[in-house]
Design a protein around this ligand. Structure first.
Ligand SMILES: *[C@@H]1O[C@H](CO)[C@@H](O)[C@H](O)[C@H]1NC(C)=O
Length: 201
């Protein structure tokens, strides 16, 4: 009986150990990360960008006040578009969470590039068509070899800019497409009718 008890205890321990230590990258909390990257974005404060059309530039570099070797673990930099607070109000699905695995602030990836120590990173980005109309700023995370955020930097909230989604245009394209397809059905019927009459004459 005692041996059974021991075996069961061992089994429970093995199961627990497997569960607890499954490969998962370490949790990262924004409030715990050093603000070590200087990030700029080319849109002027309040500038309106159009999805699918407008291009902007983002740059990042290690802040000069960081001690030497602060970036030793940086492997790549991930740049994202983040909802400004004004665009998060009453929208649970855009909510900020300090736990970056649960954070919904920065949902739109702009780019991910290898981190180049000692030089400025830069990317040109065309606003994707699926970016919702909202106010945004830009954040860059430094990621370590496991893909975990280890530092970040972002543009000032006061410099946030607007994205206007192409959805409005899509609606008018849909209307036009609807009109043209209705027209094609009508003309098909019309020519069918003419052909039939020819045959019958
Ligand atoms: C670098 O970091 C310092 C301290 O956090 C900050 O005051 C300064 O504005 C940063 N430099 C730039 C260019 O953002």
């Amino acid at each position: 009986m005692a041996r059974h008890g021991l075996a069961a205890a061992l089994l429970v321990m093995v199961v627990l150990a497997a569960g607890c230590c499954a490969p998962a990258s370490a949790a990262a909390y924004l409030s715990k990360l050093p603000v070590a990257l200087d990030v700029t974005a080319s849109p002027k404060p309040g500038q309106v960008l159009h999805g699918g059309e407008d291009v902007f530039t983002v740059t990042w570099s290690l802040n000069a006040t960081q001690p030497a070797g602060a970036d030793a673990a940086y492997k790549s930099v991930k740049v994202s578009l983040c909802y400004a607070p004004v665009s998060q109000k009453e929208r649970e699905w855009r909510k900020t969470n300090d736990d970056l695995k649960k954070d919904k602030t920065c949902q739109f990836k702009v780019a991910q590039q290898p981190y180049a120590a000692g030089s400025q990173g830069k990317v040109e980005y065309r606003v994707a068509l699926d970016i919702p109309t909202a106010t945004y700023y830009v954040r860059a995370y430094a990621l370590d070899a496991s893909g975990t955020q280890v530092a970040y930097g972002q543009t000032k909230l006061a410099d946030a800019f607007e994205v206007v989604s192409i959805t409005g245009v899509t609606t008018s394209i849909k209307v036009a497409a609807g009109v043209f397809s209705a027209f094609s059905v009508v003309s098909l019927a019309f020519f069918f009718f003419i052909e039939n009459r020819k045959k019958n004459n």
